[in-house]
Design a protein around this ligand. Structure first.
Ligand code: ZN
Length: 117
């Protein structure tokens, strides 16, 4: 029996900010709602590892919505603040952490069991 591998990327909102950004529709700096998104790779719905951070923005003046904007310095004037404040949630590293533990724990216990010289 062959079980299909269900994998892909998912995203969750990890933060909310308001900041002045240049709106392509209004063509001036306006206040925008910024939703910070953590994207992660999953296998069978279980998070494997984060793949990046993006943002969805909404212009407060005209309502223009822009999705999946990469979190980059040239787009967000407060990029350093956003990057340091919003981290990927710990559980987005779930399978990767579990895999590393599976490899490292036997090595650790083997070192503990080794007789002293
Ligand atoms: Zn606008």
């Amino acid at each position: 029996m062959l079980i299909p591998l269900i994998k892909g990327t998912k995203e969750i909102i990890i933060g909310y900010e308001e900041s002045y950004l240049k709106c392509p529709s209004c063509e001036v700096d306006t206040l925008h709602e910024i939703h910070i998104i953590s994207k992660y790779f999953h296998v069978y719905g279980i998070p494997f590892c984060p793949t990046g951070k993006e943002a969805h923005t909404v212009c407060n003046k005209c309502g223009l919505r822009r999705y999946n904007i990469p979190l980059e310095k040239n787009f967000f004037p407060n990029y350093d603040n956003l990057k340091s404040r919003y981290k990927h949630p710990w559980y987005t590293y779930a399978i990767m952490t579990f895999g590393i533990l599976i490899i490292l724990l036997p090595i650790y216990f083997e070192i503990l069991r080794a007789p002293d010289k």
